[in-house]
Write a protein that binds this ligand. Structure first.
Ligand code: ADP
Ligand code: UVW
Ligand code: MG
Length: 402
């Protein structure tokens, strides 16, 4: 069976093809700057578990009007030329879609029907940056792979186990019952994947875990026995940690001040909080590699930003240890969590009293796969686990259809 995973963003499409049941990744790729004259497609064929060396990587720049044009090019790459991995589109049996917001309607992976698509559209208002693009990806994939089964895997689904006292806000009840205003949580596929890996490593299915997903978007989850008990993102993906361009936690009176005395429109506030805040707002850079370089050059704004970023994570480690009634491991994952030595070091600094002790030497070593970087006296483990949202999506598709 061939499972094709699609993560459709507003101007990009990430994709990966797997052979099942071996879980063998076949190819992966990224279409960027859709809607522009200079769109790019990078297509890589795997050699074993890793993308093969440059010989089989193809990069093309071309005009791509929309998502349909983008996915059509991807189909061409899958079926023609040196990057070819299937005979024709009919060889794709299942298309698994990342859908960011599933609201309260979807607590599990779901076969896509007309009713499911209508519900995803009803949720546009709750995830305006993500769901419209996800919905478009589904429409286009249905046209290009008409014989395949289409499956939705929701970022929010894993967090549907949160108890009501964790997911409700202290607002008038009708705003929940009628407007569905509550905490939903995101990055669920990633938290679920790394939590399962950590529990297996610890040989403890009931492990009390704090998973820390640090990518462009950042969130943490408290997970016990494979079930999410709390998470830092909320109604939308703005709450909680400091992110690349998003503010994370903020006193709502700041919004009132922006909208009132300072005269911002709602749209300007949205742009400010989603695209101009976080590490970008603090330092002028959103990419942690740039901020690391600025820090090494003695930039005081970069120093403050690192402190703020790590401080927020430490606060939630304290909070979630209380939520979990103890702690067996923390798990760093995603682009920053897997690669940034300094972030991990700052987060774990002087936490011996708390039972967390990082081995600074192990922390600096770069190795693929799961890494245990706990020091000899650490009561809880400190783990680095590469996330693989695409593989988790493919697994959930296979499980659903089994
Ligand atoms: N070697 C590295 N050191 C520090 N940060 C890194 C490194 N590689 C990637 N990153 C960070 O990872 C981020 C992207 O993470 P990723 O999980 O791919 O995010 P997303 O899926 O949200 O796009 C980048 O913004 C970058 O700051
Ligand atoms: C929900 C969310 O924040 O996703 P991403 O990190 O991909 O932007
Ligand atoms: Mg991501």
């Amino acid at each position: 069976m061939n499972i094709f995973v699609v993560n459709s963003g507003s101007s990009s499409i990430k994709y990966q093809l797997f052979r099942w049941p071996t879980e063998q990744p076949v190819c992966t790729g990224l279409v960027e700057r859709i809607g522009q004259e200079q769109a790019t497609i990078t297509h890589k064929v795997f050699d074993g578990q890793q993308p093969a060396a440059d010989a089989t990587e193809q990069k093309r720049t071309l005009p791509l009007a929309d998502h349909e044009a983008g996915l059509r090019e991807v189909v061409r790459l899958l079926t023609e030329g040196e990057g070819r991995v299937i005979q024709n589109p009919a060889d794709i049996d299942v298309v698994g879609h990342r859908v960011v917001h599933g609201g309260e309607a979807f607590a599990a992976t779901t076969l896509i029907t007309g009713e499911v698509k209508a519900e995803i559209r009803r949720l546009f208002a709750l995830a305006p940056l993500h769901n419209p693009a996800n919905s478009l990806g589904i429409e286009v994939a249905e046209r290009l792979f008409p014989q395949a089964r289409q499956v939705a895997v929701f970022d929010t689904a894993f967090h549907q186990t949160l108890p009501e006292h964790a997911f409700r806000y202290a607002l008038p009840e009708a705003l929940y019952t009628e407007q569905r205003i509550r905490k939903y949580g995101f990055h669920g596929t990633s938290h679920q994947y790394v939590a399962a890996q950590a529990a297996a490593y610890l040989h403890n299915p009931d492990a009390r875990l704090i998973t820390i997903h640090l990518g462009n978007g950042c969130s943490m989850a408290a997970v016990r026995g494979g079930r999410a008990l709390d998470t830092t993102m909320g109604f939308g993906p703005l709450a909680g940690l400091v992110m690349g361009t998003r503010s994370g936690d903020l006193d709502p009176s700041v919004l009132l001040h922006l909208l009132g005395p300072l005269g911002y429109s709602a749209e300007q506030v949205s742009t400010l909080l989603n695209k101009e805040s976080g590490m970008l707002g603090l330092t002028g850079f959103s990419d942690m590699r740039d901020i690391g370089r600025a820090l090494a050059a003695g930039d005081t704004r970069a120093e403050l930003a690192y402190m703020l970023y790590a401080y927020r994570i430490r606060q939630y480690i304290g909070a979630y240890t209380a939520v979990l009634g103890g702690l067996d491991a923390i798990v760093f994952t995603a682009g920053v969590g897997e690669n940034d030595v300094l972030v991990r070091s700052r987060v774990c600094q002087d936490m011996d009293f708390f039972g967390l002790q990082l081995d600074e030497e192990l922390n600096q070593q770069r190795r693929p796969g799961l890494r245990d970087v706990s020091g000899p006296d650490s009561r809880a483990r400190i783990l680095i686990i590469p996330t693989n949202e695409e593989l988790e999506i493919a697994r959930q598709c296979a499980e659903l259809l089994a």
